[in-house]
Design a protein around this ligand. Structure first.
Ligand code: NDP
Length: 612
């Protein structure tokens, strides 16, 4: 490439390209994502609810205006926005014993949100709640979920510890019938699936996993009975124990530093290091953000999203590791590059500029490891060799320093993962590490069929959604599908925007769906269903959008992980469920907002009960 394209640089891009390819290739496994198993069957204890006893109740047979599957931030936002739109009869069905979703389950020590609290926590403006820290800790987010549930009367009809077994559209009554594992048969005019996207813990199929006799648990069901203490630490029961922690993803970044403080000896088993940017956590008082300005939270979220993808606004109120790195990656716009070069750069040249910017970001992150970690060999092993967006970027102030403690050892598996377990040991490259307890920070099932994620099928006018989507997800804007009247999807990564701040996406979708339901009421319409032709057009738009095709190429070159179907992505469908809205989150939100501004239900067939 022409050197004038990127100016003077003090590294060799070709050497880095080669190193990244080498590190990637040796990590790709022939079995792809089937290297993992879920926690059903013999591993059920890894996903049991440690936080509550069984709630006794009788089966329910009744009707609601709306039934929402899922009581995490998506379901709560949906319930809240529906209430604001005037609906009163709403039931949330949730597997857990309370609201909270991710933040109900994940209570591991140090658990926190990795996006700024003022843009992440839902409904801060409406509830006039100011988060305590720049990045909220898990207990605050669980409490906030309960705050939303109470403020919007969502507890009244909520059914916890309840798994839906089937959702079936009844043509004669024009209603959904929902059955559950509690023997319930409930009906609803509208059914909304807000089932999350990474809620099912997964385990690597490491040989000997059944033979290990020590204690074991997954980070999303932290066993405080075993460790003692709580989210803030004080895990006195492990003072004399040796613990093996498997995984070095975003969860490990938060849990390892806390574990390191209390355990006698900690081995962290690493396959691929995460990027670890500076976090800069601090307490935020009630006046840290001016919460009196109407619309402040949406404005702040929009501003953040524009810094992520551009065009970059003049102000940067969030001003954190995310926005700093996105600024470095997009240091110059294509127009600025053209002005500098005095000609229009080709797409290949633009891609090269962006790759070189990425090398600069990653070089700085690798230098950060050297600054933070005292032992040079450990520091070398903790350096990530891939493009920044290949894995969910991590940020933490104490993770790297934890490896300076005498009781913490990084066991780098040279990209191969743990070899096997014996009754009491973890084996890596033939070397045995005796441990009392194994903690799996190995993440959650991803890119699985939608009905695997939900745990139930949805039967529409012409049959089940598992069949309807067997050749690929089909939606209109990731929100509805043809043949399934009065059904909406919230979040779940299905053909929606790819947002760093997932709650921004959930809220924009919830506002839109609440608008649709209220608008149907205003028009006296009882059913809504997207037109097949509009669904076809949208699916095609997602499949062939140039940004999505470019994304696919990008991810093919990435180190394996759930972002690229464990290195096996061959089509956009493999990048999460069904690909993404090609023009990015802000354009997606603006599309939904325009329809609300114009009271538009374009793309849908509408009908009234009784009408044929
Ligand atoms: P991840 O899937 O990100 O990480 C799993 C880890 O397990 C990886 O380091 C993986 O290595 C490792 N692993 C898998 N198999 C093996 C093996 N056989 N031997 C050794 N290591 C193995 O899970 P997390 O729980 O860390 O994160 C899950 C999701 O939750 C992510 O999207 C994350 O961003 C999100 N999260 C969000 C937070 C927030 O604040 N919003 C906080 C914490 C998590 P490899 O990389 O090689 O596959």
């Amino acid at each position: 490439m022409d050197e004038t394209l990127v100016g003077e640089i003090d590294f060799d891009p070709a050497a880095l390209q080669e190193k990244y390819a080498y590190e990637r290739d040796r990590r790709v496994r022939p079995e792809g994502k089937s290297q993992y198993v879920g926690t059903s069957g013999k591993f059920a204890r890894f996903s049991a609810d440690p936080w509550a006893g069984k709630i006794a109740r009788d089966p329910i047979e009744d009707h609601s205006q709306v039934i929402i599957a899922g009581g995490g931030f998506g379901g709560l936002l949906m319930g809240a926005r529906l209430r604001e739109a005037g609906l009163t009869d709403i039931r949330i069905i949730e597997v857990a014993s309370d609201f909270g979703g991710t933040w109900y389950w994940n209570r591991y020590p140090g658990a926190m949100c990795d996006v700024e609290a003022h843009i992440y926590l839902p409904l801060l403006e409406e509830l006039n709640y100011a988060p305590k820290h720049r990045y909220s800790y898990a207990p605050e987010m669980l409490e906030h979920s309960q705050r939303i549930g109470k403020a919007y009367d969502l507890y009244d009809k909520a059914c916890f510890q309840t798994s839906i077994t089937d959702a079936t559209w009844a043509e004669d009554s024009q209603r959904w019938t929902i059955t559950t594992d509690r023997g319930d048969t409930m009906t609803a005019d509208f059914f909304i699936a807000a089932c999350g996207r990474q809620s099912l813990p997964k385990l690597p199929q490491i040989p000997g996993i059944d033979d290990f006799r020590g204690h074991t648990f997954h980070t999303s069901r932290w066993d405080y009975q075993y460790t003692g203490g709580d989210h803030t630490g004080g895990m006195s029961k492990i003072e004399g124990k040796t613990i093996g922690f498997i995984g070095t993803g975003a969860t490990a970044l938060q849990a390892v530093p806390e574990l390191a403080k209390d355990v006698a000896e900690l081995f962290v088993f690493q396959r691929t290091p995460s990027t670890v940017g500076q976090r800069d956590q601090f307490e935020t008082g009630p006046d840290w953000v001016d919460m009196t300005v109407p619309g402040w939270q949406r404005e702040r979220r929009d501003n953040f999203q524009k810094h992520v993808r551009g065009p970059r606004p003049d102000t940067d109120p969030v001003d954190d590791g995310w926005t700093a790195i996105f600024h470095q990656l997009g240091a110059e716009t294509p127009t600025q590059i053209a002005e500098r070069l005095g000609r229009t750069p080709t797409a290949k040249e633009l891609a090269y500029v962006s790759e070189v910017n990425d090398f600069k970001v990653m070089n700085a992150l690798r230098e950060r490891v050297e600054t933070e970690v005292e032992d040079p060999e450990t520091a070398e092993a903790l350096k990530p060799w891939y493009r920044w967006w290949c894995k969910r970027p991590g940020f933490h102030d104490d993770y790297l320093r934890a490896f300076n403690r005498p009781n913490v050892t990084l066991v780098d598996t040279d990209g191969q993962g743990v070899e096997r377990f014996t009754e009491s040991e973890v084996v890596v490259a033939g070397k045995e590490y005796a441990v009392d307890c194994l903690i799996f920070g190995t993440g959650f099932e991803a890119s699985v069929p939608y009905t695997h994620l939900t745990g139930f099928d949805i039967i529409g006018r012409h049959g089940p959604i598992s069949t309807h989507w067997q050749n690929g997800v089909r939606t209109l804007h990731g929100l509805t599908t043809d043949g399934f009247p009065n059904l909406f999807f919230i979040g779940g990564n299905i053909q929606t925007a790819n947002a760093v701040n997932a709650v921004h996406l959930l809220d924009e979708q919830a506002r839109y769906v609440a608008f649709v339901v209220a608008e149907l009421g205003r028009r006296g319409v009882t059913t809504i269903e997207p037109r097949g032709a509009d669904v076809d057009a949208y699916v095609n738009e997602v499949r062939v959008h140039p940004n999505n095709l470019a994304n696919l190429e990008f991810y093919k070159g990435c180190t394996p992980g759930y972002y690229n179907n464990e290195g096996k992505a061959t089509k956009n469908d493999d990048l999460f469920n069904g690909g993404r809205y090609g023009d990015g989150p802000m354009a997606y939100y603006e599309l939904l907002r325009r329809q609300q501004d114009h009271n538009s239900l374009d793309g849908y067939n509408l009908a009234s009960r009784g009408a044929k």
